[in-house]
Write a protein of this length. Structure first.
Ligand code: NDP
Length: 394
């Protein structure tokens, strides 16, 4: 029986992974080792009981008592806090889903590679902040990383049986987010609710805002560079409002392999879960005649400064990805809290990259997890200072 752990089980990706597991027979067909959550203790305990997990871990040590109470009599162990998350990652599992949101997802995923099993990677921040480290660790431990982000799953699938040396370009598709048709001068005043109204995908709040600002696509561009090892200039972004082509690979003979499907994350989660087989999945089938047409347009870099910043991060490499991601997370927190405007997020991230420039030159092969965490910490501090300064100036 295959053993499975899910980090970030209570989130959007985690829930969909649990849904697929339950449809596949749940505890009857899989041995569930660890399930982890953040604050949603009720759902974490409910899932852990349902899947008969060995251990359930929540993020905050102050919640341990409540989690224990919720699991009383179930036989599921309870633990809490960042150390407990790492200990859960130390428990061997054949397949581990990394779906904690943000930089907090890096260390548990990195640790889980030690078992040499499969890491299904939804947490894109891991590759953005520590791509060279993560890929080297996977190679050293003979572990396999399978992409879960729909774009990277699409690229992975379009590469099956092909030689990466024959790849000319990778074309990432982007929906353009909730505000894609707004006049550019209105964007500065966009509210959280407006940025959350994603036209095609239902996702966690943070990634939905990142989709509207295209910080999400910026992270994915860097993720593509790190995961597939292609040069930055081989990576293109195109807006495809229908979100039916999830990404494309262009080969040197001019052929383009596109991956299509309904916008449902259970496709790429299920692909990673069943790989290398294709198992039936409960996703809608496309009716192409009804869809009629697919449209594309080039992204405007004025509207989406995040795409320009991603290029700068790739040019710097080293620890620039960690600074970029941390600054983005802080800027997003402030936008969500109403402290800064929608377009201010890009300004904050750009200012942090400029201020930290001298600190970011570490070579990729000398980078450690501690370096990444130190730059993450520093970038958060600087981003906080920059936001406060901006607020003072207003
Ligand atoms: P959600 O916000 O829906 O869920 C995040 C999960 O992480 C929850 O289980 C949450 O717990 C937990 N969590 C939050 N903070 C911490 C912390 N500090 N320590 C431990 N656990 C924590 O996110 P998504 O599922 O949308 O995204 C997860 C990852 O997958 C992200 O990296 C995202 O970029 C990526 N991704 C998501 C896609 C999507 O469609 N949603 C598509 C492609 C990639 P709780 O809810 O209990 O507080």
């Amino acid at each position: 029986m295959r053993s499975i752990s899910i980090f970030g089980a209570t989130g959007s990706i985690g829930e969909q992974t649990v849904d697929l597991l339950l449809r596949a027979g749940g505890a009857g067909t899989h041995r569930v080792v660890a399930l982890t959550g953040g604050r949603n203790l009720a759902r974490l305990a409910e899932m852990a009981r349902l899947l008969r997990a060995e251990i359930a871990v929540c993020a905050d040590p102050r919640d341990l008592r409540e989690l224990r109470e919720r699991l009383a009599g179930s036989g599921v162990e309870a633990a809490a806090g960042p150390e407990a998350l790492l200990e859960a990652a130390d428990r061997p599992a054949d397949w581990v889903m990394s779906a904690i949101v943000g930089a907090a997802g890096l260390a548990p995923g990195f640790r889980a590679l030690r078992h040499g099993g499969t890491l299904a990677l939804a947490n894109k921040e891991s590759l953005v902040t520590a791509g060279p480290l993560l890929m080297a660790e996977a190679a050293r431990q003979r572990a396999r990383i399978l992409p879960v982000d729909s774009e990277h799953s699409a690229i992975f699938q379009a590469l099956v049986g092909e030689d990466i040396a024959a790849v000319e370009r990778i074309i990432l598709t982007a929906s353009g987010g909730a505000l894609r048709d707004w006049p550019i001068e209105r964007l500065a005043a966009a509210t959280v609710a407006e940025a959350l109204a994603h036209p095609n995908w239902t996702m966690g709040h943070r990634i939905t805002i990142d989709s509207a600002s295209m910080f999400n696509k910026a992270l994915e561009v860097i993720e593509t560079r790190e995961f597939f090892g292609v040069a930055p200039e081989q990576i293109e972004v195109i807006i495809h409002p229908e979100s039916l082509i999830h990404s494309m690979v262009g080969y040197r003979d001019g052929a383009i392999m596109a991956h299509m499907g309904a916008p449902d994350m259970r496709h790429s989660i299920g692909y990673a879960l069943n790989w290398p087989e294709r198992a039936p999945l409960p996703v809608a089938r496309l009716d192409l005649a009804r869809i009629g047409q697919l449209t594309f347009r080039a992204p405007d870099l004025q509207r989406y400064p995040a795409l320009r910043l991603a290029r700068e991060v790739m040019a710097r490499r080293g620890l620039a990805g960690a600074a970029f991601n941390a600054a983005k997370e802080v800027a997003l927190d402030h936008f969500l809290a109403g402290g800064i405007g929608f377009m201010d997020m890009g300004c904050v991230v750009e200012a942090v990259l400029e201020v930290l420039d001298p600190e970011l030159g570490r070579e990729n092969d000398r980078m450690t997890l501690e370096d990444v965490q130190a730059v993450d910490h520093l970038a958060r501090q600087r981003a906080g200072e920059i936001v406060r300064r901006q607020a003072g100036e207003r």
